[in-house]
Design a protein around this ligand. Sequence first.
Ligand code: FEO
Length: 165
Amino acid sequence: MASKKLISKLNDQIGLEQAASQVYLGMAIWCEGKSLGGAAAFFYAQSDEERSHMMKVLKYVNGSGGTAAVGSSDAPSVKFASLKAAVKSGLESEKKVTASVQRITTLALAEKDYESFNFLQWFVDEQAEEEQKFQSILDKFELLGEGGRALYSIDKLMGRMAAEE
Ligand code: FEO
């Protein structure tokens, strides 16, 4: 059984994962409209992944004496200044999710709720991976620029990353 306070924080996390799923869906739509098929596949996969994170927390809450709360998320933006801007915004969103996971993990430890603490370890690892994934794409932009050839290569790279997930 998790405490009411922890359940409430986990429910906030469900909302964050749900919102992230929507944001990535918006990015995928924008990419598809720009014929960036690889990047679109990457963001569609990312959106699915966030939904699976949402479900993971939701199931945990329901199995820990709480009732999962699914929020109503706003329609995502489908307009971005560039692919680099979308990826950068993705990284910023991941950093917010990481901060939230860290806060909840700290609370679980303070409450000596080792079951929740264990559950949250998966998310700690996952967030490190996610941030690294987005940062690695931004690093490619720094290396190659944002010209036509660079965009072509990075779109292909993102398509490969989606296929490898
Ligand atoms: Fe589930 Fe990428 O945060």
